[in-house]
Design a binder for this molecule. Structure first.
Ligand code: PLP
Length: 433
């Protein structure tokens, strides 16, 4: 396991750097700062703004809900917005899920998933199952339990003592395969060495994000993991915080492999960045004869009406405009064009990813990488030149630049994105000479 301790983002998460431009307004794929400078959002922020900025239908739903009622507490009142959102989520998930547990972020949704997993095994009297298998690289959230599940050395390093003590994570060492992710052999070895009877769940991103840099879990590997889970009694949990709601060209990323996770973790695209919300979709097998509503989950703001009305409008927009299909088409074109562009630069590898979750791998000598990871430099330069892209995989030494614009991006905006990216790469190369 690599011990290097670097963050993927250049910016400390909690504190906004005073050197950042101040965002003033945004529309579609463009953001403008207070000096009037225009930025093309080539990564949907942190791969969250799935339907672009300022969509009137969403703003109207938000203000309509705000005028009626913004907050009710979930144990005191039901909310029509939450009931409608749940129906929308379960309907679009193909009726394979029974319940939705709401949170305020993707990290909290991971925590809820971990607790659902533990409730499941305890209800079965199977209390020896404490191991959660995840892979390196992976990222499942910033809270302690979610970090304990993440194969992200940079972010989990300072919590090492806590994680070692809880001993609940068994990261699978990277197999060094062409996919950068563990293959069937590594997963089988992990099940054997941990002991199938000890494994509570596998948690997996269908396509890697902040840590995995758009590395795709091959369909046959995903299917084998599902088989291993079914044979051993472990639950399969798909973390679709980044990949959910059309991003990869299917409604959920796991659908490409034809697997049926027991729990699906969501966030980001659920509200397209318009408001904080996350959710877990809970499958039939997780709590037989019980409801997650009976468990002591939930935070004060979980399932608040304003977030629910917002997410409902975003999901309806995504579905009605067939944005998943559109992401599949646009993603294929963008990937080809990125490949042509990457050929011009010796420090770039072949683009990878699925739908509109794409990445261009960045190659660099070890020593230079330690001084200044090139993926970050590219993203900084891009922002200077009016393009937002996102550095990934820095802490796992599989650095890449994520290119994941809103699913609504138009053809002329793709042209502009590529133009600004080419300008960025030329500038980086010239500055390095
Ligand atoms: N899981 C994945 C796959 C993510 O990409 C992220 C965030 O980047 C999270 C979980 C955590 O979500 P949040 O930042 O909303 O807490």
């Amino acid at each position: 396991m690599p011990s290097i301790c670097l963050e993927d983002e250049d910016i400390h998460d909690m504190n906004q750097s005073p050197s950042l431009p101040i965002a003033a307004w945004a529309e579609g794929c463009y953001i403008y700062d207070t000096n009037g400078k225009e930025y093309l959002d080539g990564s949907s922020g942190p791969i969250a703004v799935n339907i672009g900025h300022g969509v009137p239908e969403v703003l109207e739903a938000m203000s309509g809900q705000a005028k009626r009622i913004v907050f009710t507490y979930r144990t005191q009142f039901a909310s029509q917005a939450v009931l409608d959102l749940t129906a929308e989520i379960l309907g679009t998930a193909g009726k394979r899920y029974r319940e939705v547990v709401y949170t305020n972020s993707g990290s909290e949704a991971t925590e809820a998933a971990l607790r659902l997993v533990m409730h499941h095994h305890q209800a079965e009297g199977d209390t020896g199952r404490t191991a959660i298998l995840s892979q390196i690289p992976s990222y499942h959230g910033m809270t302690a339990g979610a970090l304990a599940t993440s194969g992200h050395p940079g972010r989990r390093e300072h919590l090492r003592a806590l994680h070692d003590h809880s001993a609940s994570v068994v990261p699978v060492a990277a197999g060094g395969s062409e996919h950068l992710l563990p293959g069937i052999a590594e997963w089988e070895a992990a099940f054997a060495s941990v002991g199938a009877h000890r494994i509570a769940a596998v948690v997996l991103e269908p396509v890697g994000g902040a840590a995995g840099g758009a590395a795709v879990v091959p369909d046959e590997v995903f299917r084998r993991i599902e088989e291993l889970c079914r044979a051993s009694g472990a639950l399969l949990v798909a973390d679709e915080v980044m990949t959910g709601f059309g991003r990869t060209g299917a409604w959920f990323g796991h659908e490409h492999a034809g697997v049926t996770p027991d729990i699906v973790i969501t966030g980001k695209g659920l509200s397209g960045g318009y408001t904080p919300i996350g959710a877990c979709l809970v499958g039939d097998r997780v709590l037989p004869g019980r409801s997650a509503a009976d468990l002591a989950f939930g935070h004060t703001m979980s399932g608040n009406p304003l977030s629910a009305a917002t997410a409902l409008a975003v999901l309806r927009y995504t579905r009605e405009h067939r944005l998943a299909e559109r992401a599949a088409r646009t993603g294929a074109t963008l990937r080809d064009r990125l490949a042509t562009l990457a050929e011009r630069f010796s420090f770039l590898g072949r683009p990878r990813g699925r739908g509109l979750l794409l990445a261009v791998p960045v190659l660099q000598h070890e020593e230079e990488f330690r001084r200044d990871p090139l993926a970050r430099r590219i993203c900084r330069t891009a922002q200077r030149l009016g393009l937002i892209v996102y550095p990934a995989g820095v802490s796992t030494r599989s650095q890449a630049v994520l290119v994941a614009p809103p699913l609504t991006i138009k053809e002329n905006e793709i042209d502009e994105l590529l133009l600004r990216l080419a300008r960025t790469l030329d500038t980086v190369r010239t500055e390095a000479e």
